[in-house]
Design a protein around this ligand. Structure first.
Ligand code: ADP
Length: 558
């Protein structure tokens, strides 16, 4: 329904005031910040009353009287931006369009950002290309210093950035803080790696020649990132590209642009020169045309994408038109295997983090859970008890929440479809199994899952633990390798021979042995088969943004 201007104003004012009142009487900083998110939107007789584009900013400003979380930390409002960032300017889309960003926990609009299209991206690419001509001439030490400064600002503002992240993405606040630490460490690492991009000398084949290998930045890098790690997937790519001497055009996920823009704001404050980092925001509708410009432009030399296998294939095909180097980190369908010899308590513990972190929305989350016959019942009952005791669904800013909402309704429908399909084919629901309103789906445990079920064939990307029973090592390794994905795989065993055999036989880029949480910024992250191309993180990540040049220097002999 339509509201009159006065009614809107009154409604907004009243809610803001009530938010303020609550802020003043609570003592915990964490709790206060949660309350302060309430004024984002007023529901008036069932109709959504949207605040102006700067609503997120004004909501954060209401928190400015709160103590900063760390020495040097600033109010959250100072890095809430609702414009895109191109060539060092904060800009709207050329056609003035914007799109809404929604808090997945409440379903409410928290603000809007520019809906950029092919024209806007073309311009950003040209600016990045122009900036590359000088950025590539900087020394490794100079690039290292910029990245270090950027990292310092991110560390200082970790808590505030984490609040922003939870607000637009939904994951529990503690997990958001963890993501900020993970993400900022990529900047730390790449500030160091920038100084270690060594060339090589090859023993000569003739006295008159010297053979050298130079490593040089590849050019403009087009980055497309997902919503499940709105900070870390950006720093993992942009940190490496900038360290290598490349400039960047980044398109963040439409669900989580604010974390990307906050990173750009802090990069600007770190003094990163104009045009080195450009952030173009676009809606889901415009994502294909934005992606096409990045993939097909001859001014862009590399693509780095994290997201679904389906979109990765489109981008790889498009990038073939200009023979671009592609780093693709795509979907997984991770096996999690528990052998009879395993420490079952450790396996259950490891599984909880591996499966339920981020409400099951990571590409390395366990998807197919294979439990050997001898320990199947024990594992299932211990897991059910642990889920009862430890998982709490709710708004990510609420203390104690371990399970935030899923990102959107599409995600909820997919989990629901997988549960219904499995049950129709004979699986038993041991826990959960239901939608819980809005974007929430309860943590679910299914027993008796088989390989013909959808949840075995596709990544569920939600809080569904699907238990399969198996008898032999050969059988389970064949099952684990039977899919076209090859990102992460996990197994628990105490048998040393088996540990070596299975670690070597699994066709996966990442293998966790007696570990459910294997990520860290230092390691080569990436998949086999249709899970992707290239590696991100550590010393490997920077190589994606480097060209090798062989120089043959003759005329040296007397
Ligand atoms: P999800 O379904 O989980 O959102 P996607 O792979 O569809 O995963 O999205 C990951 C990223 O890819 C997002 O930034 C999204 O906007 C972008 N994207 C989606 N479709 C395309 C496309 N056709 N071309 C380029 N980017 C795309």
């Amino acid at each position: 329904m339509l509201l009159s201007g006065n009614a809107k104003l009154l409604g907004r004012y009243a809610v803001l005031l009530s938010g303020f009142a609550k802020i003043r009487i609570k003592s915990s900083h964490y709790f206060m910040s949660k309350i302060a998110f309430k004024p984002f939107l007023v529901i008036f007789k069932g109709s959504h009353f949207h605040l102006k584009p700067s609503s997120l900013l004004s909501a954060f400003r209401k928190m400015e009287n709160l103590p900063p979380a760390k020495a040097g930390a600033r109010p959250a409002s100072s890095f809430v931006c609702d414009k895109a960032y191109v060539n060092g300017e904060w800009v709207a889309a050329k056609n003035g369009k914007t799109f809404d960003v929604v808090n997945p926990a409440s379903g409410k609009v928290i603000g809007n950002v520019p809906d950029m299209d092919a024209n806007d991206v073309q311009n950003a690419v040209e600016q990045a290309f122009r900036a590359f001509q000088t950025w590539k001439e900087t020394t490794a030490k100079e690039r290292s210093v910029y990245l270090k400064k950027w990292a310092e600002l991110c560390w200082q503002n970790q808590e505030e950035l984490a609040k922003l992240l939870t607000t637009e993405m939904g994951k529990p606040f503690a997990e958001s803080k963890g993501e900020l630490a993970y993400g900022t460490t990529f900047l730390d690492i790449f500030s160091e790696e920038a100084r270690r991009v060594y060339g090589e000398m090859i023993p000569t084949t003739a006295h008159s020649r010297r053979l050298l290998v130079l490593k040089q930045p590849i050019g403009v890098a087009g980055l497309i990132t997902p919503w499940n790690f709105p900070n870390a997937m950006i720093t993992r790519k942009a940190g490496a590209a900038i360290a290598a001497g490349c400039t960047v055009v980044l398109k963040p996920a439409e669900d989580t642009p604010y974390s990307a823009l906050a990173l750009a704001k802090l990069a600007e404050e770190a003094g990163l020169p104009k045009g080195v980092l450009n952030v173009v925001t676009s809606s889901r509708t415009n994502a294909p045309e934005v992606g096409k410009v990045l993939c097909k432009s001859p001014l862009v030399s590399a693509i780095s994408f994290t997201g679904s296998t389906a979109v990765g294939k489109i981008l790889n095909e498009q990038a073939a038109s200009t023979i671009k180097k592609c780093a693709l980190e795509l979907g997984g369908n991770a096996p999690f295997i528990v052998f009879d010899s395993a420490d079952i308590d450790a396996a259950v513990e490891g599984f909880m983090g591996c499966k339920f972190r981020c409400s099951g929305q990571t590409c390395i989350c366990a998807n197919r859970v294979f439990i050997q016959d001898g320990v199947y019942d024990k594992f299932a009952s211990k897991l059910a008890a642990k889920m009862d005791g430890e998982l709490k669904m709710g708004d990510g800013m609420q203390q104690g929440t371990t399970q935030g909402p899923l990102i959107n309704q599409r995600a909820v429908e997919k989990v629901d479809e997988h549960v219904k399909d499995a049950v129709s084919k004979g699986a038993t629901v041991m826990r959960g199994g239901n939608k819980k309103g809005g974007n929430f789906f309860e943590p679910t445990l299914l027993s008796g899952v088989t390989k013909d079920m959808k949840c075995s064939q596709e990544e569920t990307f939600g809080p569904l633990a699907a238990l399969h029973r198996f008898k032999t090592e050969d059988e389970v390794v064949t099952l684990a390798n039977s899919v076209r994905s090859g990102l992460a795989g996990y197994f628990y065993s105490r048998d040393l021979g088996q540990i070596w055999r299975v670690a070597e036989r699994l066709e996966y880029g990442i293998v966790g042995v007696n570990e459910g949480l294997v990520s860290s910024p230092e390691i080569p992250f990436g998949g086999w088969k249709e899970s992707g191309l290239g590696r991100e993180g550590g010393k490997w990540g920077i190589e994606e943004f480097i060209e090798i040049k062989y120089v043959c220097m003759g005329g040296i002999g007397k």
